[in-house]
Design a binder for this molecule. Structure first.
Ligand SMILES: O=P(O)(O)OC[C@H]1O[C@H](O)[C@H](O)[C@@H](O)[C@@H]1O
Length: 544
C-alpha cells in the first residue's frame, strides 16, 4: 500500500513587511483567512520568527550567559487562531534554546504577573511572557503583547523585535521549519497558572476586608465575559468570595464572539451587561474585554460605570487612600471629570494623551520627578495602579471596586451597589457627547506624496490658527495632544489617531445644538483640506 500523502501544510514563506505588524506597543495582524481584502499576515512561520526574535531580545536584555536558561511563559485569549499561534511562537522560542511554559487560556495581566510570581511549582517567575491577543478586534485578527518583570514592552522594543524577526524569517527554509515542527514541541511544558493568578485576586479582596473568608456574601454580581478570556472571574474569584453569580453570561470562550464584541467601550456590550443586571436584580454587573486588561461595571439601577464615570469612581477610591494624589488620564475625558477630581475629591487631574501606555508611562514619569500619582486610567477602560505594578489590569480594577462593597458590608451598610454610586455624587455629565472619526484619504493628490501624519498635523495647525481668530472660543491652556477648544458651554478635541490615518473628533456640550455649533466650527476650519473625509461630521451637523 502506498503511504498516505502528508496532510501537514507546507509552511507559507511569502514575503512579509514585518514593520507593518507593529501597532504601538503591540504586534497585530491577520491570522485567519476568509475576510475579503484582509490577507493573512500573521502566519505560523511569521509567529515562529517573532518567538525566536523575542527570545534573542530577552537573552540580550537579561545578559544571560549559557549557564542560565531563560524561561518564557505563553498564554492566549479565546481567538480561533490562538492554539496555532501559541504553538508557532513556542517553536520559535524553543529553537532559540529557551524554555517555554504554556498556560493556555489566560488574561493579559496574568501573563505579566507570571514574571513576578515566586513559585517553583508553577515554574515561576518567568523571565519573559507573551500574551496572544488582538483585544476587541474582529475574529480574524490576532497579535502579541510582551512582558518582563519591568512591565510591558514599549514601542522601541517592539520595533527591535520585529527587525530581528524579519532577519530570522529571511533565513527560514521549508525543510528547516518542518523539522522544527517535529522536534521542538516536546520540550514545551504546561501549567495551570491562572489558578495562581485568580487566588491572588481572591486573597487581595479578603485582605482588604480584614481577612474575612467570604466578604462578598449577600451580594449578587453578574459577569459578562463576551466569550473572551474573562469567564474565570465568576467561578474563580467572585464565588470563593461568597458572591452569587447566577445570570452571568457569555463566560465560555468562543473566538467567533457570537453575542457581542467583548469591549466595555462598545454600546451593545454595555447594553448586554446592563440588561443582565436588571433581569437578575443583581447588585452589580462586571464586563471585561477579550483579554481582561479592560473592564467596566454597572450598578443595580443599570447606571454604567464606564468611560468618565469609571475614571471618577476609581479616582474617588484611590483619592480616599492617597489624598491629593494626581490622576493621569487620556485626552478625551470630560471637563466635568476634571472639576470632580479637583474640586470634589481634592486631587489633581493630569489630562494627558490617548493610549494606555502613554498614560501609564506619564504616571511613572511624574512619580520619578516627585509628583505623586497612584492611578493612570483611560476612558477605554485600561486602568493601572501604582500598588499593582502599574499594570493595566481590568480584573484588578474590579477588585478595588469589590473591596469597596466588602468594606461597606463589613461596616454594616446595606444597599447593594449604592456605596459605589454615591461616590459619583457631584460628577457633572455632559448633556451630549459624540466621537466622530474623520479619515485621511492617503491616495489623495493633496497629500503631495507626504505622510498622513504630516497632513493631519497640518490640519491641526490650521485649526489652531482658525480658533485664535474667534474670541468666543478658547484653546485649552494645558493640552498634550491635538487641539482642544472650549465654547458653547462645551468643548471639542481634534487629534491624530494613535494608529490609523484618522483624525478622531470628540465633542461634548450641554445640548445637541451646541455640539452642532462646535462641529460647524471644525467643518469650516478644515474645508481647505480635500484629503480629509469629513462625511461623518457633515452627516452629524446635517442630521441635527
Ligand atoms: O487613537 P485611537 O485610534 O482613537 O486609538 C486609541 C486607542 O488605541 C488602542 O486601542 C490602545 O489600546 C488604547 O489605549 C488607545 O486609547
Amino acid at each position: 500500500m502506498e503511504a498516505a500523502p502528508s496532510t501537514a501544510a507546507v509552511p507559507n514563506l511569502d514575503k512579509i513587511d514585518f514593520s507593518k505588524l507593529q501597532n504601538g506597543s503591540d504586534i497585530r495582524g491577520v491570522a485567519v483567512a476568509g475576510v475579503e481584502g484582509e490577507p493573512i499576515s500573521l502566519t505560523e512561520p511569521v509567529s515562529e520568527a517573532i518567538g525566536a526574535a523575542f527570545a534573542a531580545w530577552l537573552v540580550e536584555k537579561k545578559k544571560a550567559d549559557g549557564s542560565q536558561r531563560l524561561r518564557i511563559s505563553v498564554g492566549h485569549d479565546s481567538r480561533i487562531s490562538a492554539k496555532k499561534l501559541e504553538d508557532a511562537i513556542s517553536r520559535g522560542i524553543a529553537s532559540a534554546g529557551l524554555d517555554v511554559v504554556q498556560y493556555g487560556l489566560a488574561s493579559t495581566p496574568a501573563m505579566f504577573n507570571s514574571t513576578i510570581t515566586e513559585d517553583d511549582s508553577f515554574l515561576c517567575p518567568s523571565d519573559g511572557s507573551i500574551m496572544i491577543t488582538a483585544s476587541h478586534l474582529p475574529y480574524n485578527r490576532n497579535g502579541f503583547k510582551f512582558f518582563t518583570n519591568s512591565g510591558g514592552l514599549g514601542k522601541p522594543d517592539i520595533k527591535n523585535i520585529l527587525e530581528r524577526a524579519a532577519d530570522i524569517y529571511d533565513k527560514f527554509t521549508v525543510e528547516g521549519l518542518t523539522s522544527s515542527k517535529e522536534k521542538v514541541l516536546t520540550s514545551v511544558k504546561r501549567v495551570d497558572y491562572m489558578s495562581v493568578y485568580t487566588s491572588d485576586l481572591v486573597k487581595a479582596v479578603r485582605k482588604a476586608a480584614g481577612n474575612i473568608e467570604k466578604p462578598l456574601e449577600g451580594f449578587h454580581i453578574v459577569v459578562d465575559a463576551g466569550n473572551g478570556a474573562g469567564g474565570f472571574f465568576a467561578a474563580k474569584v467572585l464565588e470563593p468570595l461568597g458572591a452569587v453569580t447566577t445570570g452571568s453570561q457569555f463566560l465560555e470562550p468562543d473566538g467567533m464572539f457570537p453575542n457581542h464584541i467583548p469591549n466595555p467601550e462598545d454600546k451593545t456590550a454595555m447594553k448586554a451587561i446592563t440588561q443582565a443586571v436588571l433581569d437578575n436584580k443583581a447588585d452589580l454587573g462586571i464586563i471585561f474585554d477579550t483579554d481582561v486588561d479592560r473592564s467596566a461595571a454597572v450598578d443595580s439601577t443599570g447606571l454604567e460605570f464606564n468611560r468618565n464615570r469609571l475614571i471618577a469612581l476609581m479616582s474617588a477610591i484611590v483619592l480616599e487612600e492617597h489624598p491629593g494624589t494626581t490622576i493621569v488620564t487620556d485626552s478625551v475625558t470630560s471637563d466635568g471629570l476634571t472639576t470632580f477630581i479637583e474640586k470634589k475629591l481634592g486631587g489633581k487631574h493630569h489630562r494627558f494623551k490617548r493610549g494606555y501606555k502613554n498614560v501609564i508611562d506619564e504616571a511613572i514619569r511624574l512619580n520619578s520627578v516627585g509628583e505623586e500619582s497612584h492611578l493612570a486610567i483611560e476612558t477605554s477602560g485600561h486602568g493601572a495602579l501604582k500598588e499593582n505594578h502599574w499594570l493595566d489590569d481590568g480584573a484588578y480594577l474590579m477588585v478595588k471596586i469589590l473591596n469597596k462593597l466588602a468594606s461597606a458590608r463589613a461596616s454594616g451598610q446595606v444597599g447593594g451597589s449604592k456605596v459605589l454610586t454615591s461616590l459619583l455624587e457631584g460628577l457633572e455629565e455632559p448633556g451630549f457627547s459624540v466621537e466622530l472619526r474623520l479619515k485621511i484619504n492617503q491616495s489623495h493628490p493633496d497629500l503631495k506624496g507626504g505622510s498622513f501624519r504630516d497632513y493631519g498635523e497640518a490640519v491641526l495647525k490650521h485649526l489652531e490658527n482658525y480658533i485664535d481668530s474667534d474670541p468666543k472660543l478658547k484653546k485649552a491652556p494645558v493640552n498634550y495632544e491635538g487641539v482642544r477648544v472650549s465654547g458653547y458651554g462645551g468643548w471639542f478635541l481634534l487629534r491624530l489617531s494613535l494608529h490609523d490615518p484618522v483624525l478622531p473628533l470628540n465633542i461634548e456640550a450641554p445640548s445637541n445644538n451646541d455640539a452642532v455649533s462646535l462641529g460647524n466650527i471644525v467643518l469650516a476650519a478644515v474645508k481647505e483640506f480635500p484629503a480629509l473625509d469629513t462625511s461623518a461630521l457633515d452627516k452629524f451637523v446635517q442630521a441635527s
